[in-house]
Design a protein around this ligand. Structure first.
Ligand SMILES: Nc1nc2c(ncn2[C@@H]2O[C@H](COP(=O)(O)OP(=O)(O)O)[C@@H](O)[C@H]2O)c(=O)[nH]1
Ligand SMILES: [Mg+2]
Length: 183
């Protein structure tokens, strides 16, 4: 789970597993370490859900950015690691999110997908506009979810199942445009 601080990573993990596993906070920047959860459901293949700290490609300066890179490199230097980018549905196309999507394609060996969080905060017209904008910016489909209403969680589970069981097939069809990295 990759995304800016406060985007809703921990809340989404808790909503997915229906438990208070990951610590959530209204104040951004609370997750300083990666929290790793082993998820085993029924007969399904167990996998690890990794709640990454929400810094590195955005704020936090050079040191935070290097720490983030060092921390995450190990996770993604594995055959079966996939990345889910979480973006706030209310703020489509932020430079830091676009940079993260590019970063994912350099760091993640497996597949990658994008989820729009806090979709409950948008009215119908706004959400259509936001999703259209997101899909155009990222050149990828974007799954709307809400940790509060539970919207999109079944679809997200199906997406996770595909990422876990078949990472190659779910790789994004299109790579993001190559833009110079912004600092
Ligand atoms: N309305 C709404 N608020 C959310 C949702 N997900 C998270 N939040 C709120 O956003 C804040 C940050 O959530 P958190 O999961 O700690 O974000 P993280 O820093 O990415 O792990 C908290 O105040 C959450 O209650 C959601 O789907 N809908
Ligand atoms: Mg968190």
């Amino acid at each position: 789970m990759i995304g800016r601080s406060n985007v809703g990573k921990s809340s989404l993990i808790n909503a997915l597993v229906r438990q208070k596993l990951a610590r959530t906070s209204a104040a951004p920047g609370k997750t300083r370490l990666a929290n790793v959860f082993r998820v085993a459901r029924g007969g399904a293949k167990p996998f690890y859900l990794v709640d990454l700290p929400g810094y590195g490609y955005a704020r936090g300066g050079r040191q935070a950015s290097e720490e983030f890179e060092a921390l995450t490199r190990d996770y993604f230097a594995r055959e079966h690691a996939s990345g889910i980018l979480l973006v706030d549905a209310r703020h489509p196309g932020l430079a830091s999110d676009r940079a993260a999507w590019q970063w994912i394609h350099t760091a993640v060996v497996g597949a990658a997908a994008i989820v729009a969080t806090k979709i409950d905060k948008l009215a119908r017209g706004e959400r259509i506009r936001a999703l259209r904008q997101l899909e155009s910016v990222f050149e990828n489909s974007v799954l709307p979810v809400s940790a509060v209403t539970g919207e999109g969680l079944d679809e997200l589970w199906r997406m996770i199942d595909r990422l876990v069981n078949n990472p190659a097939e779910t790789a994004p069809q299109q790579r993001p445009r190559r833009e110079p990295r912004t600092r």
